[in-house]
Design a protein around this ligand. Structure first.
Ligand code: ADP
Length: 368
């Protein structure tokens, strides 16, 4: 292949590097000069970009090339100030994270989006409402913690437990780990109501609500008591999970509920073994959630592969996105930015969230 600007650019186009734009390429003899735009200023990321580009060019044009890189750091374009829409005093946006099925990674995605939002400078809380398997305390290494009471404006309020800068209340704080949670709707609703209204959350840009899987009564009671700004659906690409995710989307879209679905995340999209980094194995099927998003006219927020370190990080109580320069963290960054973009659109086009007023429970049977 001849060493030319066109050939260099077409080779670089083929490689998979996140958030990188080649602004200019010049070469003098065997010296190639790049102006590269990226939004990640870390040395590790720059080295990764340099090495990826060098490798592909040396493979194609010979190893005697000399490279020079000039990095231009693009400022984060997160539209912070435009987020509005408040009903609970102090809490700007309530986002429900839902899934049709259990075990698809809803809590994992909730944890990592929360960390990513916090890394972007937002104030974030998580309300773990998953009565069937409250896993947020383990994922944030606070399984043994219990919320304390504090006096706020003359009233005793529950103080959320803080971990990695995220304020957390979980239904898991009120049950023993070995106790089967067979709470009925009303009991769970009462506990959730206390965690929402008898707690002192303070100022939050985002309260993420980790819902139980499915589309049951508990969802309705949460949606009845909370002004949910929007929802995010998590699914694996597997047919059996997608069928239930479809019901989840239908539940939020129901006229009587009308909580905007801001987007869909495909989790466990594929598996790449460490020793074969170019291979992708579509264990649960390919693009299932992406196709569902298209079909249901919901924004596709992105995909997360099945990665051992994500599972390990969750079990260890240290969400993977805390490692800021990692590929996982960059992927969550992209997903979160898309989510914010959708939220800003929603807040521009719709009035602030209202608590859903469901007049009869019958309307819900259509989505069960
Ligand atoms: P859910 O909230 O939907 O029940 P969890 O978030 O608890 O699901 O995830 C179920 C299990 O799968 C956990 O052990 C979690 O660590 C693991 N897991 C979730 N997403 C991934 C992923 N992308 N790669 C590897 N393991 C994952």
């Amino acid at each position: 292949m001849e060493l030319s600007k066109k050939n260099i650019l077409s080779l670089i186009e083929k490689i998979d590097i996140n958030n990188v734009k080649i602004l200019n390429v010049n070469f003098f003899g065997n010296e190639v000069l790049f102006d590269v735009e990226t939004n990640n200023p870390t040395l590790q990321s720059k080295k990764h970009i340099e090495n990826t580009i060098k490798d592909i060019l040396k493979d194609n044009f010979g190893s005697d090339l000399i490279f020079k890189f000039n990095f231009i750091i693009k400022k984060e374009d997160v539209p912070k100030k435009t987020i509005t829409g408040s009903e609970i005093p102090g809490i700007k946006n309530v986002l429900a994270i839902a899934s049709g099925k259990g075990g698809v990674g809803k809590s994992t995605i909730t944890s990592n989006i929360a960390i990513t939002l916090s890394n972007m400078g937002f104030k974030v809380g998580i309300l773990d409402a998953d009565i069937y398997g409250p896993s947020i305390p383990i994922m944030f290494d606070i399984a043994d913690a219990r919320p304390l009471s504090e006096n706020h404006e003359g009233k005793n309020k529950m103080k959320p437990v803080e971990s990695y800068g995220i304020k957390i209340l979980s239904i898991g704080f009120f049950t023993k780990p070995d106790q089967a949670v067979i709470w009925r709707g009303p009991m769970a609703s009462k506990a959730l109501n206390q965690m929402i209204f008898d707690a002192h959350w303070g100022e939050l840009d985002f309260l993420l609500v980790d819902l139980p899987p499915g589309t049951g009564d508990i969802h309705l009671s949460i949606l009845q008591s909370l002004p949910v700004t929007g929802s995010v659906i998590v699914s694996t690409p597997q047919n059996i999970a997608l069928a239930d995710a479809r019901k989840g989307i239908a539940m939020f879209n129901q006229k009587t509920i009308s909580v905007p679905v801001l987007g869909l995340v495909e989790n466990m999209a594929y598996f790449t073994p460490q020793e074969l980094p170019k291979n992708k194995y579509y264990i649960f099927g390919k693009d299932g959630a992406k196709n569902l998003a298209e079909d249901m006219k919901v924004t596709f927020l992105g995909e997360i592969p099945l990665i051992q370190s994500i599972r390990e990080a969750s079990d260890f109580g240290h969400p993977a996105s805390l490692q800021k320069e990692s590929k996982i963290s960059l992927t969550f960054n992209e997903i979160t930015k898309k989510l914010i973009t959708e939220l800003v659109k929603r807040n521009k086009n719709m009035p602030p969230s209202e608590v859903v007023k469901i007049t009869t429970m019958a309307g819900c049977s259509a989505v069960k």
